[in-house]
Design a protein around this ligand. Sequence first.
Ligand code: ARG
Length: 456
Amino acid sequence: MALWGGRFSETGRQELTEFSESISFDKRLYKHDIMGSKAHVTMLAAQNIIPQSTADAIKVKLDEIRQMIDDGKMEFSAELEDIHMHIESTLIAALGDEGARLHSARSRNDQVALDIRLYLRDELESIIGGIRSFQKALVDLAEANKTVILPGFTHLQHAQVVLFAHHLLAYVEMLDRDAERLSDCRKRVNVMPLGSGALAGSTLPIDREFVCSQLNFERVTRNSMDAVADRDFAIETASALAIFGMHVSRLSEDIILWSSQEFGFIELADAFCTGSSLMPQKKNPDVAELSRGKTARLYGNLTALLTLCKGLPLTYNRDLQEDKIPLFDSLDTAHAILMVYPPMIATMSVRADRMREMASDPALMATDVAEKLVELGVPFRTAHHRVGSLVKYCRDNNKALDEVTLAEMQITIPEATAEFLQLFDPEVSVGKREITGGTGYKAVAKQLEFWQNKLR
Ligand code: ARG
């Protein structure tokens, strides 16, 4: 008979048991469930709701149960539904009536809300740590290649030259906001729901603040109905992880392009690639592709959680049991990406020569010519038009921009001087972009220093 079986006369059918169980996916909450129960039972004794000796016996037994699960000795069965029931029944089997006192002033509704928050708090901490290592790998790669120039793209067309380090540090910024979003989200996770009961709290004289401080929460929830009904903190987590995935997916796309024969900007270490079972010459960027692919799951999980909650009347509905599958999958996916990505970044080789060769396309410096004209007092729109005419002249005469003579240049740009012919040098172009946030050598060195200090 299930622990809630008092009012039921018929025992359940096997299909229903299988249908209702969550133990297959919520067993991972066991440590946090036991942590929560220990704090709860300590409070119950301190408030004279149960005898101190009972609380002591329960805590000892809970530790044993934790050890038993650690050692893989707990038998999980769908009959006992979820992790909360498994632990409590084992306790009651061992301690009888004493064990049956644990659940005083508690419902599985506030218990599961507590467990998810406790678990998520730790997970967020570890994912944020993983993102910091990811950033560090990118910063180290940027530092090791800080004078390497490559073409920057817009519309996947050659746009202007940039430092490779600048390109990498753009992702460090994105990852930083991801980490910030997750730690901001953690503040809202870090609120203690126990004592909310099924929905209406308890008639027993519990001390919620005591449990809160035992479990190191920031504060207690203010409304028992909100506390058992809402999962916005899980949705927020899934959302922040979906955005993180989007960033990783974009970096992956860059890496996939860069490692193609057409670009040849980087080479990934063999360990992070696979060959083809058919084509002997292939070396595929699987880690980047799989990370891009796994981002789809992160989006799907967010959508599942949003949809799960949208039609639920207050307060708890059994639908909410389904929150764990997408939430855990997003956490696992983020962990999986964070395990493989930093070492892939750390071990890739940079083909600086190839990047520099592509960066020598003089068209990448066309904007520099227009800006030189602005320095000489020409309005930018006029300057833009003149350089556009020079580009057209070059195309019509089958010449590259840096192949025209000064006299030819002056046909479309009367202000041009010998100095203009030097502008098609990528190092010169990068060197002139020293504003804050720019891709100049000094500007990028400043960014690097900022991150090296922040990530130390
Ligand atoms: N396994 C359930 C869940 O994950 C625990 C709460 C069950 N509460 C209930 N009233 N049946 O949500």
